[in-house]
Ligand binder design. Structure first.
Ligand SMILES: [Zn+2]
Length: 80
């Protein structure tokens, strides 16, 4: 199970938060806007310095690092 699935289901969020801290290891696909989360195998990773080790589901490898996820995406979708 990926970390992304755990976050979407609301299970294990506190564990993920402890494990990862801030910045959140995620990237937004510039082509389609999909949020790509780092896998356990990729951790630890600073998304500002390193991109994901796989292309987006749309095939693009052009990503913007997530730097404000805790204040935007995560804040609105997951109650911590
Ligand atoms: Zn994409």
């Amino acid at each position: 199970m990926s970390i992304g699935l755990k976050i979407c289901s609301g299970i294990g969020v506190s564990h993920v938060k402890r494990l990862l801290g801030v910045p959140f290891p995620a990237w937004t696909c510039r082509a389609c806007g999909t949020l790509l989360l780092a896998t356990r195998e990729e951790l630890p990773v600073d998304p500002r310095l390193t991109g994901p080790n796989r292309p987006c589901s749309c095939g693009s490898t052009d990503f913007d690092p997530e730097q404000d996820v805790m204040d935007t995406w995560l804040h609105h979708h997951v109650r911590l």
